[in-house]
Design a protein around this ligand. Structure first.
Ligand code: COA
Length: 209
């Protein structure tokens, strides 16, 4: 990220502020937030929020999707691509990546997160503060592994999953697309149906529809 001078952060919610924090810790000096719902003169840590894209993005700036919600983040990525903007990837300097670990564009690896060797995190994902995605895991696009969640080795998380704070996926499991695992839940077997699971061991609460 050292050649990147500035970042346009899409959104101005809680996750966008965590993104700003990691961007600054990574050496990015200038930030703007872009949020349709921004009120005039709003700012965060003295960085301004704009409600419309009424300026040219300098060549050495990137854009970063920062909605915590998986669907909104995916829409932000689509919008950035449609606008011809360059998407960034953000990895905290306090995160650790094992040998061969890979992170897709528009993904966010927060402070103190760990990716084990050969872990693959696809585009637009959030691996949040203190989360662990162990060796040879796969995390599908636009998924969110929340603060302190643990994904043990060789597990496969489908696209657009949400693993709640402090949840655990034990080793070698497969989660379908669009699985929500509640805070503190433990998946001890494959979760083949999309929908919400809670508790220890995780029980199916229902599908979204
Ligand atoms: C799982 C979750 C998404 C469910 O939300 P919801 O669909 O609004 O569900 P409700 O709050 O209506 O709860 C439905 C039932 O599940 C139970 N439940 C909800 N979350 C639970 C959890 N994390 N663990 C155990 N049980 C839980 C409720 O007690 C309720 O049980 P009941 O029907 O027997 O009364 C939500 O509770 C959750 O855990 N979100 C994670 C938030 C998080 O980790 N944020 C971190 C951001 S970095």
């Amino acid at each position: 990220m050292s050649s990147i001078k500035g970042m346009l952060i899409l959104g101005f919610g809680g996750h966008a502020r965590s993104v700003a924090d990691v961007a600054l810790a990574s050496g990015i000096k200038q930030l703007y937030f872009l949020d349709n719902n921004a009120k005039p003169h709003e700012s965060f840590a003295s960085f301004p929020v704009k409600s419309t894209m009424d300026f040219e993005l300098p060549m050495d700036w990137v854009v970063f999707p920062a909605a915590g919600d998986n669907k909104k983040r995916s829409e932000q990525c689509d919008w950035a691509i449609e606008q011809g903007l360059r998407l960034g990837t953000l990895i905290s300097p306090t995160a650790t990546l094992g040998i061969g670990a890979q992170v897709g564009e528009g993904s966010f690896i927060a402070h103190h997160a760990h990716l084990g060797p050969m872990a693959l995190v696809e585009r637009g994902c959030i691996i949040n503060t203190g989360a662990v995605v162990e060796h040879e895991c796969f995390v599908g696009q636009f998924s969110h592994v929340s603060i302190g969640a643990l994904v043990a080795g060789r597990s496969r998380i489908g696209a657009r999953c949400f693993l709640g704070a402090g949840s655990t996926v034990i080793d070698g499991l497969r989660l379908a697309e669009e699985v929500t695992l509640g805070a503190g839940a433990c998946a001890h077997r494959n979760l083949d149906l999309s929908g919400t699971y809670v508790g220890v061991p995780a029980r199916f609460l229902g599908s979204k529809d």
